[in-house]
Design a protein. Structure first.
Length: 134
């Protein structure tokens, strides 16, 4: 689980894009596990940390590196990457999210279904502006 010191240190832990990608995956896993267990406080912390990682990737023109998760065996990492890449890779990301929804894999499919309902908002470049302004 993410501790306060981890949250405070998250940006210091990122020295290169590979660090950011590893933290993105870790935060995604923690967010998923905490949602399933009902620990929404820790889930929200993981989500905040993931957004900081996304901000780092955007500021370093490296957001496209999330594409490595398009084929991830972790459906939440795949879904999350597709969601954050939707503004710049709309067609592929929509297909990935729809595939996850159609798998009927519990929480992942439920979240994918909700994501598709909000696709117009998710795939807007304004998402990046909002993250960068945080």
């Amino acid at each position: 689980y993410i501790t306060e010191s981890f949250k405070w240190d998250i940006m210091r832990k990122i020295k290169k894009v590979e660090d950011a990608l590893a933290l993105f995956e870790l935060c995604t896993i923690i967010h998923d596990e905490c949602n399933k267990s009902g620990d929404y406080r820790k889930s929200n912390k993981a989500l905040d940390d993931k957004r900081k990682v996304i901000k780092y990737l955007l500021e370093n023109d490296s957001i496209q590196n999330l594409k490595v998760f398009y084929k991830s065996s972790n459906l939440f990492a795949r879904l999350s990457a597709a969601t954050y890449l939707a503004p710049i890779d709309n067609e592929n990301c929509y297909r990935i999210v729809k595939e996850i929804m159609d798998m009927n894999e519990g929480w992942a499919s439920f979240e994918a279904k909700y994501t598709l309902k909000e696709w117009t908002k998710v795939s807007s470049l304004e998402v990046y502006d909002k993250i960068l302004s945080e």
